[in-house]
Design a protein around this ligand. Structure first.
Ligand code: GLC
Length: 564
């Protein structure tokens, strides 16, 4: 029997997560740069949408060669964003409004300006030398492994002073940490302990496979670091101990790998490593499905979700995030299909492997398609994660180089600088978007007043999602139907079920489907409209759908005390 009380325990299984770039959210001082106090001002806005967990992107001191993911002081707060006092106030206000806060934890690398690296490169026998990964021989051509091929031609850079090469999977200004070194592991644990003590509810763990991969673990024998996943287990154990008493804290990992490889990062059946992982595979299959107007690629992805994981392991779903929309898990011809459909022009692409666009531009602003896509986000089994501005349907700015195109200032109003800042436009740390999805057409203030807006749509979805834990907690079954453009899936948790229909095509259609395990006459109640139906004597129904339509049908059940 489902206990609603469980949802307050494993809270992340039906959270609504919202990612914020502090730099571009709200500038409360007129400096031209967003800040922590600005976010605090908007907690009520976020709580009203139904957000239950914020994910703050890196706000630490940083030379910002990689939007703050190159950290020079992991304990600090970039003074442009405020100080530790502002951080604690933010946490406090968020918690008061029932919103948890997780922060980025970057364990794969630091900035080359971090005191550890500065010390490490002084001499080969410096005590910090082994905090990073060095080699004395020429690595040769490693260009095929560089994560930012437009900027780096390999993953090793020669350090002139000591005549050795250091490892960096990302920029050469982001040297990889040697996570096989117990001292580094102790440092990371201490760091987690620090932020937990300040009240965070967990971490979004950056670039996890890189951080524990074999190449990084060069000191393996020396340190008897037998199995790289032991390190994740160690971090999880530490998190569990330190966070007890304030509710369970999470590690939401960035692991861009196929489903079968993700299992190990959850800790398999033991569930003792990452608490959550983004589902990159389903994300990419979803865009392939949207490009083809055919539900099959998405259905396949859902069917390939690992089974047998414990309830403590949870997938996080997303449509877009702060990075490029990567398609690297698709076959080459599938990649081309997605890139051609949603980024036909060269400057919409990033490093040949992804799109530096937000959804509205990719969908040519079709509100029906956008709303259907967000309905999918909230009904795919797992926990939805949104990137700031998605809730209003804001656009990207292709004039801004690289991935920053999708990290432009939040569009609060149609006023000066989109209501983001009172500074002179030339002083903004990043330019506001223009065009059809710019602030004159798309902004939060206007959306609040418009019942048909994306903001109201998302708010409604978030409410229904929160009261339907079977969506976040349940097991998924894809239901067969003969209409290829429609995905019909069912999620079941204990004795509660929902049936979800999404029409990926632009034309209306009628969708016949059967629910073999239910009794004839079972009512299916639509949570988002007046139209409900019941199964006939063959346990079948025929559901009319609009073009890009979606339906959330709850299987009525006498033991269920929830309002219908
Ligand atoms: C992650 C982040 C990305 C960053 C990279 C290196 O992939 O999402 O923004 O560039 O790690 O830290």
């Amino acid at each position: 029997m489902m206990r609603i009380t469980e949802t307050a325990d494993l809270w992340y299984n039906n959270a609504v997560i919202y990612c914020i770039d502090v730099e571009t959210y709200l500038d409360s001082t007129g400096s031209g740069t967003g800040d922590l106090h600005g976010i605090t001002q908007r907690i009520d806005y976020l709580a009203e949408i139904g957000v239950t967990c914020l994910w703050l992107m890196p706000f630490y001191p940083s030379p910002r060669r990689d939007n703050g993911y190159d950290i020079s002081d992991m304990y600090g707060v970039d003074s442009r964003y405020g100080d530790h006092g502002d951080f604690v106030e933010l946490i406090r206000v968020a918690h008061d409004r029932g919103v948890r806060v997780i922060i980025d934890l970057v364990i794969n690398h630091t900035s080359d300006q971090h005191p550890w690296f500065k010390a490490a490169r002084r001499s080969t026998d410096n005590p910090y030398r082994d905090y990073y990964v060095w080699r004395a021989d020429d690595p040769g051509d490693t260009s095929d492994q560089a994560m930012f091929p437009d900027e780096e031609d390999g993953i090793w850079t020669l350090d002139e002073r000591t005549g050795q090469w250091y490892l960096h999977h990302f920029l050469h200004t982001q040297p990889d940490l040697n996570t096989a070194n117990p001292q580094v592991r102790d440092e990371i644990a201490k760091l987690m302990g620090f932020w937990l003590q300040l009240g965070v509810d967990g971490f979004r763990v950056d670039a996890v496979p890189f951080a524990i991969n074999q190449r990084t673990l060069v000191g393996m024998d020396e340190h008897e670091f037998e199995e790289p996943h032991d390190y994740l287990r160690e971090l999880r154990g530490f998190l569990q101990r330190r966070a007890s008493g304030q509710g369970s804290a999470i590690m939401l990992g960035e692991v861009n790998l196929p489903h079968e490889e993700q299992v190990a990062f959850f800790g398999g059946e033991n569930s003792d490593q990452l608490t959550m992982q983004f589902d990159f595979f389903t994300n990419q299959r979803l865009f392939l499905a949207l490009a083809r107007n055919d539900a099959a690629p998405l259905a396949e992805a859902l069917r390939s979700r690992p089974t047998g994981l414990r309830i403590e392991s949870q997938y996080a779903n997303f449509l877009r995030n702060h990075d490029e929309l990567t398609v690297d898990l698709l076959d080459e011809d599938e990649q081309d299909e997605v890139l051609d459909a949603f980024g036909p022009e060269e400057d919409m692409r990033f490093a040949g492997r992804g799109l530096r666009r937000r959804l509205p531009g990719m969908f040519n602003g079709d509100p029906r398609k956008l709303k259907m896509a967000y309905s999918l986000l909230f009904t795919l089994p797992g926990t939805p994660v949104m990137f700031y501005g998605e809730e209003i349907g804001m656009g990207e700015n292709l004039d801004v180089p690289g991935r920053e195109a999708v990290r432009t200032p939040m569009q609060w109003s149609s006023g000066k600088n989109a209501g983001f800042s009172t500074a002179k436009p030339s002083q903004l740390s990043r330019a506001v978007t223009h065009g059809p999805f710019g602030p004159e057409h798309v902004n939060a203030a206007q959306a609040r007043r418009d019942q048909s807006s994306m903001l109201h749509h998302i708010t409604r979805l978030a409410k229904r999602y929160r009261e339907s834990p079977e969506l976040g907690w349940g097991d998924v079954t894809v239901i067969d139907t003969e209409v290829p453009q429609v995905l019909v899936h069912m999620t079941t948790w204990e004795n509660r079920s929902m049936v979800l229909l999404h029409n990926l095509g632009s034309e209306p259609t009628i969708v016949p489907f059967a629910l073999e395990d239910l009794e004839p006459g079972t009512p299916l109640v639509d949570l988002l409209s007046e139209e409900s139906c019941e199964l006939d004597e063959d346990r079948m129904t025929r559901m009319p759908m609009d073009g890009y339509g979606y339906r959330w049908l709850r299987v009525a059940n006498e033991d269920d005390h929830r309002l219908l």
